[in-house]
Design a protein around this ligand. Structure first.
Ligand SMILES: C[S@@+](CC[C@H](N)C(=O)[O-])C[C@H]1O[C@@H](n2cnc3c(N)ncnc32)[C@H](O)[C@@H]1O
Length: 284
C-alpha cells in the first residue's frame, strides 16, 4: 500500500478498508501507526490527519463503515468487533491488516485493543518509583484492576511504587521485601509489611492478588509463580519475569503450557515500561 500525501493515504487506506472489512454491520476499530517523526514532515504527527482523511473518504464512499465504527475504541473489544490496523513505515509505504472477530479471538493473547499494544499511563508523582507504570499498564491489558477491600500479596515491593497505587485504592496489602517501603507507606493502615525473603513466604490463606516485581533469575521467578498458581494461593496475578540477555527466553514456552492448563485467562507481554522483562498476568 502506498500514499505519499495525507489525502492519498486517506484514499488508499479507505479503499483497502472497504475491500477488507467483513460484510455486515459488525463493529470495528481502527489503529494507525507511524514511526517517530524521523523523515522530514512524516511521522506520528501525521497519524491523526491521515485518520481524518480516511474517515472523510469512507463518509463519501461507504457510510455503513462509519456507522459501524467503534469511535470510543476503549478496551475491551466489543463482541464481534474487527480490528483494522494500518502501519505506515515511510511517506510512501505501509501495510494494512484486518482481523475479524474470529481471528482476533484466536490471537487474543497478543492482539491488543490499544494502538500499537501500548496502554496509556498518566504521570503520577505520588509513587516513590516509576515502576508503578508497569502495574497500571498490566491492569489495563488484563482488563481487571485491584479494587478497595481486596487482598493482595506483593513480593519484592520496595521502595513501594506498586504498593503506593494499591494502598491508595484501599487494597489490603501484605508486602514482603528485605528493605522497607517509603516511610509514609509503611504507616498505611492497609499495610502489613514483612521484612524477609519473598521466596520463603507462604500466605495463611489465599488472596485475591499476587503481585511481584522481584529481581531474581528467570528460573527462580518462573518456579515461584507456578508454585503460587499450583497451590491456588491467589485468584489473579501480575508478575514480572526478568531476563539476563536472551538465553532464557525459551523458558517462556513451558510457562505458557502451564498457564494454559491452570488459568482461565492469561497474557505474557513485554510492556512499554518493561525493560528486559515480560509481565505475566492472569486469572485462575
Ligand atoms: C525492582 S525492585 C521492586 C520495585 C517495586 N515494584 C516498586 O514499584 O517500587 C525489586 C525488589 O525486590 C527485592 N528483592 C529481591 N530479592 C528479594 C528476596 N529474595 N526477598 C525479598 N525481596 C527481594 C529487592 O529488595 C527490591 O526492593
Amino acid at each position: 500500500m502506498g500514499g505519499e500525501s495525507v489525502s492519498k493515504w486517506g484514499e488508499a487506506i479507505g479503499r483497502q478498508l472497504i475491500e477488507r472489512l467483513p460484510a455486515g454491520d459488525g463493529p470495528w476499530r481502527f489503529h494507525i501507526l507511524l514511526p517517530e517523526d524521523t523523515e522530514r514532515g512524516f511521522g506520528r504527527g501525521r497519524g491523526k490527519l491521515i485518520e481524518r482523511e480516511v474517515m472523510e473518504f469512507l463518509k463519501k464512499r461507504q457510510r455503513r463503515l462509519i456507522r459501524s465504527l467503534n469511535p470510543a475504541a476503549a478496551p475491551p473489544f466489543l463482541p464481534g468487533e474487527s480490528l483494522a490496523q494500518a502501519v505506515l513505515i515511510s511517506s510512501g509505504a505501509g501495510w494494512i491488516g484486518v482481523a475479524d472477530a474470529n481471528l482476533r479471538h484466536r490471537f487474543r493473547r497478543i492482539m491488543s485493543p490499544f494502538p500499537g499494544g501500548e496502554a496509556p499511563v498518566a504521570d503520577d508523582r505520588f509513587p516513590p518509583s516509576r515502576a508503578y507504570r508497569k502495574l497500571l499498564e498490566a491492569e489495563q491489558h488484563l482488563g481487571v484492576s485491584l479494587a478497595a477491600g481486596e487482598s493482595c500479596v506483593e513480593l519484592g515491593a520496595s521502595p513501594g511504587g506498586w504498593s503506593a497505587i494499591v494502598l491508595r485504592r484501599g487494597v489490603r496489602l501484605i508486602a514482603i521485601d528485605r528493605s522497607p517501603l517509603r516511610a509514609d507507606l509503611m504507616r498505611s493502615p492497609h499495610l502489613q509489611f514483612i521484612r524477609g525473603d519473598a521466596f520463603r513466604f507462604q500466605p495463611e490463606q489465599s488472596v485475591d492478588w499476587l503481585l511481584s516485581d522481584l529481581i531474581a533469575s528467570t528460573d527462580r521467578l518462573i518456579d515461584l509463580l507456578t508454585a503460587w498458581i499450583a497451590a491456588r494461593w491467589c485468584r489473579r496475578f501480575i508478575f514480572t519475569i526478568k531476563f539476563k540477555g536472551d538465553e532464557d527466553y525459551p523458558r517462556l514456552e513451558p510457562l505458557k503450557q502451564f498457564l494454559d492448563q491452570h488459568c482461565t485467562e492469561y497474557k505474557l507481554r513485554c510492556l512499554r515500561h518493561n525493560r528486559n522483562e515480560v509481565t505475566a498476568m492472569g486469572l485462575l
